[in-house]
Design a protein around this ligand. Structure first.
Ligand code: C2E
Ligand code: MG
Ligand code: MG
Length: 817
């Protein structure tokens, strides 16, 4: 912030808030004479709105108009601080717009000039001063890269005087260290992204090469021309270092030498907590450009500083670097940490890959795996580096071969997958999802497949994880989605069912917020001719919980286009049932780990049960993944799962395999396994004889009836219709506790004369005889005390169903399996 001379910002004296009113019908402003003269019209009584508006600056005027419109719409007043230009002064003013009747045409308010503001001239001079005095080096060039304006700092850094630069091409500053294509790419990048950040080398008038860091910004002007603004500062490396390879100067680049590095390592070793380990990496690099050793040291230290986690860098000898990191004692984070280190050291991050990228060869040693002490760590990592060959790409060698093997597998798969993707040599398999009530295919899940040429045994899941780690997953998802959308009509035709839908997976990785994959999905879906109401997008929980606002926006857009959203692999993340209500999903897919080997006694059974109840309550559907056995199918159907996807119906298959098998798309052979709750209607399972009682009967009679029929509920009937349910517990609560005790008195006996209608419950649900059991089963599960009353066409009560009636029927079937 710049502190401006007080005198320029005097308070406006003797100016109390002045009332004004605007008549929108005739576009006039009515106000006090004092305000009129302050605005520069001392002789007028009234102003047109345009005269008033002329005192405002464009953006603030827009805001004022917006505020007036808002106040008219809501009737609620507003305040605005603004700059007002009059012919004499510029002021800072507070405008107040009063409350008013909605949509009225008379807007009223007040205005107070609080401070004098800079005149246009003063403002311009200020900005000029700011620009020229800034310690950042500024340069503005036109669309042809000719220099238009430079500031003093820019002249200081480059050694040129202002007049030597103006009108000259910006290439006058080229360092000669980069190829032509470097600059071509750079400008292309700026034109496309409007801004580029990074370091560059440039040359002063005296021919010295220097490094500077900053941004180049493209600013599009209103007249469709544009300019480039470069703002940078010189990096703290003295210029002579670029020319001499004097190793004594290394200390200026701040890379500790071997001895200091070992002391640092020692220190970290002593402070290490029991759950952590140290990885030591020794590396050298091959640059694509020839750079002096010192330039290289500088570059490596700059890149190392960009790592988002802590590490320590050292110099083992003039061309070998070492670094160490403290990480948790697990194998996976080690490889991931090192991958990131290599990636950053290569200079492969977006803004910096132009011309200065490097191949890194590294040797790695891990404390407690192959080394016991700091010195051993360093020496093992050096050995691992020396013993291995330099390849045409970056490579990592572990001292312990077991680690190399472990990560080699991943790297081999990654390389093969990359090749397969480059050639688009991938396939999509389709697995049916079957609706339980009709045992009919309702949709197919599209699953990625790649046939890699290797003996390594790998799973799709593993490839997907690699693709996620290497950021190739978007490409896979786009290819799979595009292909599956093309195939859907063929599947529909094969099954003679144009309602068959498609379910696709989308990995949502939070590293890629700038590039929203859900946005891509929507684009691909919109371009296809498929009815989007038939499409489901399967997302895992991370899509909802990490940066939920951002993803929520796109999820809602997808939903607005008719796409259903499914929560995939439920139960494997940190999902909790209570979260489910908040998620915008209509389908929950229970992970295979809950379904495999399901038994009625298991915790998984209870979880699925609860999940079904909750999901149904919020109007969603449940798919169980990975059902393989008949027992699993039976239990899942009894729990009220809506759809099943699993080997019991079919494995994922190629389109060709599916089309070559004639089918109806139904699996009626499993009918007998289905829980009756799903297969039957109310009439089939209702109890026809049930103990009844009348509304006017006394509780005394009810008690006799409970004992006689050995039941806990009586159905209250009047004119053959159900009026309520009488629960034994409610009766006990209504009669005196002294009955049948020594203290029994007359008034206690009287409580037995109370009438049934006084204590009966209305908690019953009427259904017709052909209502499928699955319609009321979830409600019964939720409220086990409720009774389902089955009524005939004339409303007469013909039967009742309690939860236990359904459960008994189910266990009968179970024992038959
Ligand atoms: P998912 O989305 O949960 O897909 C279901 C997985 O369960 C599939 O494995 C399927 O073959 C398997 N499966 C289905 N029924 C059974 C069964 O009865 N028994 C057994 N043992 N397995 C069954 P797949 O095809 O290997 O895919 C694994 C995972 O990889 C998928 O899990 C999904 O998370 C991911 N994936 C697959 N294709 C894609 C894709 O195109 N894009 C993305 N982002 N992820 C994908
Ligand atoms: Mg899935
Ligand atoms: Mg799944």
């Amino acid at each position: 912030m710049m502190v401006v001379d007080d005198v320029l910002f005097q308070k406006v004296k003797d100016f109390s808030p002045q009332p004004w009113s605007i008549d929108l019908d005739n576009q006039r402003l009515n106000c006090s004479r004092q305000l009129m003269s302050a605005l520069g019209y001392p002789k007028q009584n009234m102003l047109t709105l345009s005269q008033l508006y002329a005192a405002f600056e464009t953006q603030q005027l827009q805001l004022l108009k917006q505020h007036i419109a808002e106040v008219r719409e809501t009737g609620i007043g507003l305040n605005q601080t603004t700059v007002i230009n009059t012919y004499k002064h510029r002021y800072i003013a507070e405008i107040m717009i009063c409350d008013m009747p909605k949509n009225g045409s008379m807007v009223k308010g007040s205005i107070q000039f609080t401070q004098y503001f800079l005149t246009k001239q003063q403002e311009l001079e200020f900005l000029k001063k700011l620009f020229s005095k800034s310690s950042e080096a500024f340069m503005i060039a036109d669309a042809n890269h000719s220099i238009l304006i430079v500031n003093q700092a820019f002249c200081d850094v480059t050694g040129y005087a202002e007049h030597e630069l103006l009108g000259k091409p910006a290439s006058i500053l080229k360092s000669g260290r980069y190829t032509f294509s470097f600059y071509e790419k750079l400008w292309q990048y700026v034109d496309e992204h409007k801004i580029w950040f990074g370091e560059r080398l440039a040359k002063t008038k005296q021919g010295e090469i220097f490094a500077h860091e900053g941004r180049i910004q493209r600013i599009d002007l209103e007249d469709s021309s544009h300019v480039y603004v470069s703002a940078s500062h010189k990096l703290d490396v003295s210029t002579h270092m670029w020319q001499h390879d004097n190793l004594e100067e290394v200390s200026k680049v701040h890379i500790p030498d071997k001895q200091s590095f070992i002391s640092l390592l020692d220190e970290s070793f002593k402070q290490l907590s029991h759950d952590m380990t140290i990885i030591c990496i020794t590396f050298d690099l091959q640059m694509l450009q020839t750079l002096s050793k010192l330039t290289q040291h500088w570059l490596i230290s700059q890149r190392f500083a960009r790592l988002t986690f802590t590490g320590h860098l050292g110099l083992v000898n003039e061309s070998m670097y070492a670094a160490y990191f403290v990480v948790s004692k697990q194998v996976e984070p080690i490889d991931q940490t090192l991958k990131k280190v290599i990636f950053v050291l290569e200079g492969n991050d977006e803004s910096n890959n132009m011309g200065l990228s490097a191949n890194i060869t590294a040797g790695v040693s891990v404390l407690y795996i192959d080394a016991k002490s700091p010195t051993q760590l360093l020496s093992h990592s050096v050995q691992a580096l020396i013993a291995n060959s330099r390849l045409a790409k970056s490579s990592l060698y572990y001292f312990d071969r077991r680690l190399t093997k472990r990560f080699d597998r991943k790297n081999t798969l990654a390389t093969l997958l990359k090749q397969a993707l480059a050639k688009k040599n991938i396939a999509v398999y389709y697995q049916p999802i079957v609706d339980i009530s009709e045992l009919k295919i309702v949709k197919f899940e599209a699953l990625f497949r790649a046939q890699l040429e290797t003996d390594i045994n790998y799973s799709t899941q593993e490839l997907i994880e690699i693709a996620e780690e290497f950021n190739w997953i978007d490409k896979i998802d786009d290819l799979v989605t595009t292909q599956a959308l093309k195939v859907l009509p063929l599947l529909q035709k094969h099954y003679a069912n144009d309602q068959i839908g498609l379910s696709i997976n989308r990995s949502v990785n939070n590293d890629r917020i700038a590039h929203c994959c859900l946005e891509d999905t929507l684009k691909i879906l919109e371009q296809s001719k498929v009815d989007l109401n038939l499409v489901t997008l399967e997302l895992t929980e991370s899509a909802y919980f990490e940066d939920s606002n951002y993803h929520a926006k796109w999820i809602n857009k997808l939903k607005a286009h008719g796409v259903s959203i499914a929560l995939d692999d439920f139960g494997t993340g940190f999902s909790s049932l209570s979260y489910l209500r908040q998620l915008p999903v209509s389908i929950v897919k229970i992970d295979r780990s809950f379904v495999s080997g399901l038994t009625k006694q298991s915790n998984e059974y209870e979880m699925i049960n609860m999940l079904c109840r909750l999901t149904h309550k919020i109007g969603g559907k449940i798919i169980a993944e990975g059902a393989e056995t008949e027992q699993e199918l039976h239990l899942l159907s009894s729990l009220g799962v809506d759809m099943i996807q699993g080997y019991i119906f079919d494995k994922p298959k190629s389109l060709q395999d599916i089309l070559s098998t004639p089918t109806h798309g139904t699996f009626l052979q499993f009918q007998t396994l289905l829980s009756r709750a799903n297969a039957e209607n109310a009439q089939a399972i209702m109890r026809r004889d049930f103990p009844k009682i009348s509304t006017d009967d006394k509780l005394k009679k009810a008690l006799e009836s409970f004992t006689k029929h050995k039941v806990k509920q009586l159905i209250v009937i009047e004119h053959s219709q159900c009026r309520g349910i009488l629960h034994i517990c409610d009766v006990n609560a209504a009669i005196s506790p002294y009955l049948n005790t020594k203290g029994e008195q007359h008034r206690d006996l009287v409580t037995l004369n109370k009438r049934v209608h006084q204590v009966m419950s209305k908690n019953f649900l009427e259904v017709s005889m052909d209502t499928p059991v699955k319609h009321f089963y979830p409600k019964l599960i939720e409220d086990p005390d409720m009774v389902v009353v089955v009524v005939g066409s004339s409303g007469v009560c013909v039967g009742v169903i309690a939860l236990k009636d359904i459960l008994i029927q189910q266990s009968e079937i179970l024992t038959c399996i």
